[in-house]
Design a binder for this molecule. Structure first.
Ligand code: TXA
Ligand code: MG
Length: 341
């Protein structure tokens, strides 16, 4: 695996960008930063490249990938039509963390869409991702650059932990900003449906789509979500994670009870809760009043707890509004257990 580290000034003529693009043109797969998480890119029109992505990640073949474009005109080449509402959303939110599900015209390799008649497309808001897309001159399929089931990577070192030796290259452009993945929005129905909450919030979408709903299957146990990826176990840290929803004394009781039976407890909490608890092994992920900060630190914190150090992770339940909806969606999927007051 080749490693490149980029400075702040980036153009499509940078050596790292040119070399990464060259590998992509040869159907190889390369990890690079987007504004959400690091992606593992491959030519979306090449079944060989796409298969390499699935193999490197150990991803189930029935879980389709997001195709990334640097230019709006490239969307037309991949779909049969762009509904008017999708055009408005593109106008307002691209480049940015919003993925649109549109009717595929079959130009993308068949394994990108896992055989579905629809295709997921977004334009990332990151200079490195955009430069690589331009230099490669192809739409790039890019799922998060982690081994399947693990927390998504928000730094190049996370990618290396999971994929070193399994992929052709890693472009290090520093930590990503948003920290959780893009919002996946199905635009093939009359009223668009949020299939995965993410960086663009429901509240952000409502001025344009007042009727927008979240796929009800995401909240219901045992029902089948419309987005294939949402049915898999995901984002799992090394130690089992319990999601704790209650006040400070309830949280402290949970810690004490586990310690009483000799469990080594790791805590993931806001500054507010961390300050109120009496516990040393606590990782802070930001303020309860700044959920964007919590989102930005979420996956890094999940990766920091090692099996060797903790037996169980107790994690605070965060407010479910704004980007908190994405945070809670990921934590619910990472959790083996919910402890509610
Ligand atoms: O922020 C992101 O979206 C990152 C960065 C790298 O762009 N990418 C990412 O990709 O999160 P991935 O593959 O980890 O997640 C793609 C999600 C999965 O839940 C998948 O099931 C869903 O999008 N998806 C892809 N194509 C779909 C389709 N045609 N219909 C419904 N869901 C689809
Ligand atoms: Mg992923």
């Amino acid at each position: 695996t080749q490693h490149w580290k980029l400075s702040t000034h980036i153009s499509e003529y940078d050596e790292a960008i040119v070399e990464a693009a060259e590998l992509l043109k040869q159907q190889q797969v390369v990890a690079f930063p987007t504004e959400t998480v690091y992606g593992l890119g491959g030519d979306a029109t090449s079944a060989t490249a796409v298969q390499r992505i699935f193999d490197a990640k150990g991803r189930p073949a029935d879980n389709p990938l997001i195709v990334h474009v640097a230019d709006q005109s490239h969307v037309e080449e991949l779909v049969t039509e762009i509904p008017p509402i999708a055009r408005k959303l593109i106008e307002q939110f691209w480049p940015g963390p919003l993925t649109l599900i549109l009717p595929s015209n079959g130009t993308a390799a068949e394994n990108v869409t896992a055989g579905l008649s629809t295709i997921a497309i977004r334009m990332p808001d990151h200079p490195v991702a955009l430069s690589i897309l331009k230099a490669a001159g192809k739409p790039l399929a890019a799922p998060s650059a982690n081994r399947s089931g693990r927390p998504s990577p928000t730094e190049a070192v996370h990618v290396a932990q999971d994929l070193d030796g399994r992929i052709a290259g890693i472009v290090d452009g520093g930590p990503t900003g948003v920290g959780v993945e893009s919002t996946v929005l199905d635009c093939t129905a009359r009223i668009p449906i949020i299939l995965r909450p993410g960086g663009v919030t429901k509240e952000d979408l409502q001025p344009l789509i007042p009727e927008v709903i979240v796929d009800p299957a995401l909240a219901a146990q045992g029902s089948k979500p419309k987005s294939p990826g949402m049915k898999y176990a995901h984002y799992a840290p090394e130690a089992p994670l319990w999601l704790v929803d209650g006040d400070v004394s309830f949280f402290q009781d949970q810690i004490n009870q586990l310690q009483a039976v000799d469990k080594r407890v790791g805590v993931m909490a806001s500054h507010e809760l961390a300050d109120a608890l009496d516990h040393s092994r606590t990782l802070r992920c930001g303020s309860r009043n700044n959920l964007a900060e919590v989102a930005g630190n979420l996956y890094g914190a999940l990766r920091q707890f090692k099996k060797a150090d903790v037996d169980v992770i107790l994690c605070e339940a965060f407010p479910d509004h704004g980007v908190g909806a994405a945070v809670m969606n990921r934590l619910s999927k990472a959790a083996v257990q919910k402890v509610i007051q």
